[in-house]
Design a protein around this ligand. Structure first.
Ligand SMILES: [Fe+2]
Ligand SMILES: [Fe+2]
Length: 310
């Protein structure tokens, strides 16, 4: 497309604008087939302290854009090898800001360009002042976009950092809770030295069953703790009953049968063990083996890995 440039562009003494630091300046590509217009636009950019790459065809522009991202494109709509606007919208360019250069009577193209994402348009013939104003507007839009993108990146980093910290905190809390559960189990082991292996086995078997039943991680965690502490109520059973080798009397058995409830009472007020305490309360409920027989049949000792009703 032939540009109708006035022989001596009217310089409207543009307001002095401080030169942009290189780091603050957008990378600009001028895509214009007419050399005079192309050079004039490049010269106007220089007035604003901006530099640009120049291309005379879409093929040239593709070559330049292959090795460098351009933030702002000044593109002629009608080029020898296609539509400048169509080129500017190619995905590989990474959504640059686009100022379309159109002929004076091609108003429809300008409207279409704005509807299709161009930030502005320059109609030929143009004046220096008009181009500089539009350049200033485009650079301001680029700066705003940079600022927003910077804020979005900062926000993303903050969210990720906070999520990482939260995740780390949750892991630490879980570790502390695991240690607390182990400490409670160790307390029972002090009284009945042979319970530790039993509690671990019951816990492991329960988790294996829980996984088969597709329990959630939350349910598995509570099952693990509840199963490990299922006999914690035995801390409250007198040793002459708990450790008795012979058969329990009816009265002793009645005392022994209180250990699920005692364990439940012990744990239910500890926040993180509230759900696990239900496992403790019900660990003899529903067993195919009547209560007392499994745990205490013939003796006061609880032996029988995997035979409790969890
Ligand atoms: Fe048990
Ligand atoms: Fe038990």
């Amino acid at each position: 497309m032939r540009a109708q440039i006035r022989s001596a562009p009217r310089v409207e003494t543009p307001a002095a604008t401080p030169s942009l630091e290189p780091a603050d300046a957008p990378a600009i590509l001028v895509l214009e087939d007419e050399q005079q217009v192309r050079d004039l636009l490049a010269a106007m950019l220089t007035i604003r302290g901006l530099v640009c790459d120049k291309a005379s065809s879409i093929a040239d522009a593709r070559r330049l854009s292959a090795g460098k991202h351009h933030d702002l494109l000044l593109v002629d709509e009608t080029l020898p090898d296609g539509s400048g606007l169509a080129f500017a919208q190619e995905e590989t360019l990474g959504s640059p800001l686009v100022v379309l250069i159109t002929g004076s009577h091609d108003f429809q193209t300008a409207v279409r360009a704005l509807r299709n994402g161009a930030v502005d348009f320059i109609t030929k013939p143009f004046t220096v002042g008009d181009v500089l104003r539009r350049l200033d507007t485009a650079v301001e839009k680029w700066k705003s976009r940079q600022q927003l993108q910077g804020q979005a990146r900062a926000l993303e980093t903050l969210v990720k950092t906070t999520a990482d910290e939260l995740s780390r905190s949750f892991r630490q809390i879980d570790e502390v809770r695991d240690r607390a559960v182990l400490a409670l189990g160790a307390a029972l082991n002090l009284k009945d030295h042979e319970t530790a292996d039993h509690c671990s086995r019951v816990s492991e078997n329960s988790i294996a069953l829980g996984r088969i039943l597709s329990l959630s991680e939350f349910e598995l965690q509570n099952l693990k703790w509840g199963a490990f502490l299922h006999d914690i109520g035995k801390i409250g059973i007198p040793e002459h009953i708990l450790l008795k080798q012979g058969a329990l009397t009816a009265e002793e058995r009645a005392t022994m049968e209180k250990h699920p409830l005692m364990g439940y009472e012990l744990l239910r007020n500890i926040d993180f063990l509230a759900q696990a305490s239900d496992v403790v309360l019900s660990h003899h409920v529903g067993s195919s083996v009547p209560f007392g027989v499994e745990d205490f049949g013939g003796s006061g000792r609880d032996r029988g890995p995997g035979r409790i009703a969890i």
